[in-house]
Design a protein around this ligand. Structure first.
Ligand SMILES: [Zn+2]
Length: 268
């Protein structure tokens, strides 16, 4: 998620996030629970999303985005297809710059911790068999390295994949660069692309939420929801439960609430 900008002041973040849209606590889950556009979304299913795809590929700017946005889908897929549909996670960066101001979490240490957290989270989703590829293109650097990112993604994708990626209008440069690079790489090989919002939940107006036009809602079973909750808890450096704890965790309870919902939203 790489939301260090939420808590930083007086220093230029590595990723020039538009702080006019990503700052403070953003829109609360309580506001979203009353959102008419969100309540009236058309429903989809695992089968509906996967359709004839032979593999699910999730492109993630930072370790945690794939679980925050798609953890319920992954858990449901593993439950329903028992591993018959392979899962590939493409981590564009290791999220190593999340606590650039915190001497307890220098980039090398944080990168290693976050890679392990992702492995633990996938196991919690029942997806220990997933293949994870760390592209290590640099937290905060994905926009500047978009061509390299696109080339790296193109090497991995096949025509028969369903590719999930962060929303192209998410408001975070790394998230948007991933969307642009994945869209281009998927178009090259003919793979189908679906986006998932992360930061849009933070800054978008729940009463209008234009990004939800045409979006689909995937209801999660109690089991899938519980697995997702457990998976999110593995990102201890992000939730503030690591040792040492970061001074300003990226995922406090108000941010997590948006991802503990009994459903996920996808933008075909
Ligand atoms: Zn992110």
């Amino acid at each position: 998620m790489a939301g260090r900008v939420l808590h930083r002041a007086g220093r230029q973040p590595l990723a020039p996030v538009d702080e006019a849209v990503i700052s403070g606590c953003g829109r609360s889950e309580q506001e979203w629970s009353r959102s008419a556009p969100l309540q009236t979304l058309a429903q989809t299913s695992v089968e509906g999303l996967l359709a004839d795809a032979q593999r699910l590929v999730v492109v993630s700017p930072h370790p945690d985005d794939e679980v925050l946005g798609c953890g319920g889908l992954i858990a449901s897929l593993m439950q329903q297809r028992a591993g018959a549909t392979p899962l590939l996670i493409l981590s564009a960066s290791d999220g190593e710059a999340a606590y650039a101001d915190d001497p307890s979490w220098p980039p090398d240490r944080l990168a290693a911790a976050r890679r392990q957290e992702l492995i633990d989270a996938l196991a919690a989703l029942g997806a220990a068999s997933a293949r994870v590829v760390s592209l290590a293109l640099g937290d905060g650097a994905l926009s500047a390295r978009r061509e390299a990112l696109q080339a790296a993604l193109a090497q991995q994708l096949r025509a028969s994949d369903l590719v999930l990626v962060t929303y192209a209008g998410d408001g975070h440069p790394d998230h948007q660069a991933c969307a642009q690079a994945a869209a281009a790489a998927a178009a090259l090989c003919g793979a189908r692309l679906v986006q998932y919002p992360i930061w849009a939940w933070h800054w978008s107006d729940p009463d209008s939420a234009p990004f939800l036009r045409g979006a689909l809602k995937l209801a999660l079973s109690e089991t899938a929801r519980e697995r997702k909750r457990h998976a999110i808890a593995q990102f201890r450096t992000q939730t503030g439960h690591s040792d040492p704890a970061p001074r300003a965790p990226i995922l406090p309870p108000w941010a997590l609430a948006r991802f503990h919902r009994p459903f996920e939203v996808f933008l075909p």
